[in-house]
Design a protein around this ligand. Structure first.
Ligand code: C2E
Ligand code: CA
Ligand code: CA
Length: 762
């Protein structure tokens, strides 16, 4: 019997040792605990082996020490393993500290046992199988040891038990196997203790537990668990799932699938028929496949994604298939909506800029042979519409124009909202001529009960010559044409031509040079004489000239419009005003008793405090303000009238004479004249000579002169070219004149010469 047990123990020691080594290599987190536990079972077994092989008392006693200390180690590692296995807290856990302290106490008392024999002694040997066997005589320390080991074992069992009961059914298996075998081992151990049998057979039990734990925690894959999990997943899947056997008969369907097919668990075998009706015959395709289906149309459309999987058994034979049907409708609708939102302007529902560009470029690519316009539509003074009325009304205006575009253009056209109040369209040339476009879009009335407003739309048109040119370039060209439309109420459409592009380039060319030109004296004032009714020079208008080093002599028409557009006119005017003051200061010393008129551009009012600027100049040069006259045009008074009036009032109060330039060129009515804070009206013959009927022109001039007389404003006629004109105007009561008939604008020194000699008129 001793030999048989010895063999079993040796076998267990080797087996546990190998398990421990294998567990140590395992990549699972629990591997280390398993390794410690399986290793820790060997010392008690070794102890027992020593005990049963001992023939004298001393080795037997040593065997007992190994046995009991080994038990302490084993019970500790079992506690550690179970803690981790059950996912209880290990690091920093309080029970662990208590248990470790108690175990330490037990070990210490064994350390004292050789001296005090308080744990156990051994009996006189008894003969077992003709060998001495030293039976244990337990004392107080041994009772303590047993209490400790059993106590901890109970704790471990409770831990397992709690998990067993609380964990879901499919999991409790992993706990119950270990729980059960521990209970068995514990009972076996108890039997040994009470039977006082010479060999601790329970060691075999602990050994087997070690092997079981090794297997369960590291290698066992709970098939039942997997089955149950898969079944759960399948039935809880939100997708419809149908299982078919190898004959193609439906054997199971989850709840969404039953709902989709309208079947019950009993009638589920009809699924293939119903799916066939719904999605067509393709379901029969014997393959793994994946496909999208659309049922219904437009807003009612339902979208499905169907996947079919074939399942083969271990030998590669077809075993059945399963089919998933996913209702994709919500996602598809969301995608469609997003797509729509990304490509359509929210306010007007027209294409967004990017989408418009994209669609146009596709169209041009697909049918480059069709002649087309790119048209840019811009609402005149839209900012003002928003400011004066409300933003809601502004929105309404935009929607209205969008509607009009939609109603006017055919499917052969593409249109969109490019930005703010700018719309773009690509229109076949055949469908409209330019005048027709103008008629359809430019002028219409928007009202919303209380507000009625006449919307004026400007159109920039570019006829596509090379369809491969970038759409943004075409739009730029149409925009360029648009920007040439001035604020006159008769012209709403401009068609791009190469001149426009050249003008833009010219503008860029001279704009970069202005600063240097001013610094180098290329920009100069010329003076044009102003005479009284007897032809005597009384003053001059300062007119700017640019003597350009490479372009030659530039008249203001070549650069003033450019600088008025980009605001650089401010620099030119400042320079001219300063030059005028310089000249006046010099004349003062030379006793030349003449005035100079300077021009003020409407843009100047945007960029500076005109009154302050001019006053500080005359102060600086010590010039009498009445010598410096300022000319403003009617356009100045078109916006922000009150603040402009204030500037003019300030200037007049400071002693300057304010002149209204180019009177009669625009829309200023004679009516508004009476409120104007001006001293002089300049009537330009140029505007009158447009009127073919000479007598009508004469009537107008006569009326203006009479009216200005009544208002106490003096009239000055400019652009006088002939003696006849001069005579006629004299006859009408005009008292001041300017024009080529008297003198062209000439350099300052020439003018001074002229003023000395006087003008020879007939
Ligand atoms: P404006 O202020 O109406 O100046 C009168 C323009 O009429 C001048 O053209 C002058 O040369 C021209 N003119 C004078 N008498 C006659 C005539 O008998 N027949 C004809 N056909 N034309 C005559 P200019 O110098 O080419 O200036 C053109 C415009 O450029 C000016 O019109 C003015 O609006 C602007 N301008 C000129 N200098 C300045 C300046 O320093 N600052 C600003 N802001 N604008 C200026
Ligand atoms: Ca002028
Ligand atoms: Ca003028």
């Amino acid at each position: 019997m001793r030999d048989q047990f010895s063999i079993i123990f040796v076998f267990l020691i080797i087996a546990l040792g190998s398990c421990s080594a294998a567990a140590l290599k395992s990549k699972k987190t629990i591997g280390a605990s398993v390794a410690i536990f399986t290793a820790a079972i060997t010392p008690p077994i070794i102890g027992n082996l020593v005990i049963i092989r001992s023939v004298t008392a001393v080795p037997a006693k040593i065997g007992y020490y190994i046995y009991f200390l080994g038990m302490d180690l084993m019970i500790w590692s079992m506690y550690k393993f179970v803690t981790e296995y059950c996912n209880y807290k290990w690091k920093g856990s309080k029970p662990r500290v208590i248990i470790e302290l108690i175990l330490a106490a037990d070990m210490i008392q064994y350390a004292f046992d050789p001296f005090f024999h308080q744990a156990f002694t051994v009996d006189k040997p008894v003969l077992v199988d003709n060998f001495n066997y030293y039976r244990l005589v337990p004392k107080l320390g041994q009772t303590f040891h047993r209490a400790v080991v059993y106590g901890i074992l109970v704790v471990v069992l409770v831990m397992l038990f709690i998990k067993m009961v609380t964990a879901s059914r499919i999991y409790s298996e992993r706990y119950s196997v270990i729980f059960g075998s521990l209970v068995l081992a514990a009972l076996w151990q108890s039997f040994y203790i009470f039977s006082r049998s010479p060999v601790d057979r329970s060691m075999i039990g602990f050994g087997v537990i070690g092997l079981l734990i090794f297997y369960f925690s590291l290698y066992y894959r709970p098939m039942r668990l997997l089955d149950r999990m898969l079944a759960n997943i399948a039935s809880e899947m939100s997708e419809a799932l149908f299982f078919f056997d190898s004959n193609g008969r439906c054997i199971w369907a989850n709840a969404p699938a039953l709902e989709l097919s309208g079947l019950s668990e009993d009638t589920v075998d009809k699924s293939d028929k119903i799916l066939g009706e719904k999605f067509g015959d393709c379901l029969g395709k014997p393959d793994n496949w994946f496909s999208g289906f659309v049922i219904g149309e437009d807003d009612d459309a339902q979208y499905y994604v169907i996947e079919n999987h074939y399942v083969n058994d271990d030998h590669g034979k077809f075993a059945g298939s399963f089919l998933t049907v996913r209702d994709n409708t919500t996602e598809q609708r969301r995608l469609k909506r997003e797509m729509y939102n990304a490509t359509h302007d929210r306010l007007t529902g027209l294409y967004t800029r990017e989408y418009f560009y994209q669609q146009v470029s596709e169209l041009l690519h697909n049918s480059p042979e069709v002649r087309r316009y790119i048209v840019v539509l811009n609402i005149r003074n839209f900012k003002m519409v928003n400011d004066i009325f409300t933003n809601e009304f502004g929105d309404k205006v935009l929607i209205y124009l969008a509607e009009r575009i939609r109603a006017t253009l055919s499917d052969n056209s593409i249109y969109g909202r490019i930005a703010g109040d700018i719309f773009g369209a690509c229109i076949p040339v055949d469908e409209f001529d330019i005048n027709e476009l103008d008629r359809r879009f430019s002028d219409y009335r928007v009202g919303d009960g209380s507000i009625e407003y006449n919307i004026l739309v400007h159109l920039g048109v570019y006829e596509i010559i090379d369809p491969s040119v970038d759409i943004s370039v075409m739009i730029d060209r149409a925009n360029l044409a648009l920007s040439t439309i001035k604020d006159d109420y008769h012209k709403h459409v401009a068609v791009y031509d190469e001149n426009m592009r050249r003008n833009v380039l010219w503008g860029q060319h001279i704009s970069t040079q202005l600063d240097d030109a001013l610094a180098e004296g290329q920009i100069r004032p010329y003076l044009q004489a102003i005479v009284d009714k007897s032809g005597r020079i009384v003053g001059a208008e300062a007119l700017v000239r640019w003597i350009h080093p490479s372009e030659g002599f530039l008249s203001p028409a070549m650069f003033i419009p450019v600088f008025e557009k980009n605001g650089m006119i401010v620099e030119v005017d400042r320079f001219m005003w300063r030059s005028a003051c310089e000249i006046l200061a010099r004349w003062k010393n030379e006793d030349i008793d003449l005035f100079i008129s300077v021009n003020i551009s409407p843009k100047d009012f945007y960029f500076m405090d005109v009154a302050e600027e001019i006053q500080s100049l005359v102060r600086e040069y010590g010039v009498d303000p009445s010598r410096l006259r300022v000319e403003i045009t009617e356009t100045v008074m078109m916006t922000d009238i009150e603040s402009k009036m204030r500037v003019l009032d300030d200037l007049r109060r400071a002693g300057f004479i304010v002149e209204m330039d180019d009177f009669g060129s625009g829309f200023s009515s004679l009516n508004m004249l009476k409120d104007m804070p001006v001293d002089v009206l300049k009537i330009d013959m140029k505007f009158l000579s447009k009127t073919e009927d000479i007598s009508r022109a004469q009537t107008i001039v006569r009326n203006i002169i009479n009216l200005s007389d009544d208002l106490g404003i003096s009239a000055l006629t400019e652009g006088v070219e002939t003696e006849n004109q001069y005579k006629v105007l004299l006859g009408m009561g005009c008292r001041m004149f300017q024009g080529y008939y008297f003198s062209k604008p000439i350099p300052v020194s020439d003018f001074e010469e002229l003023s000395r000699s006087g003008i020879q008129t007939a």
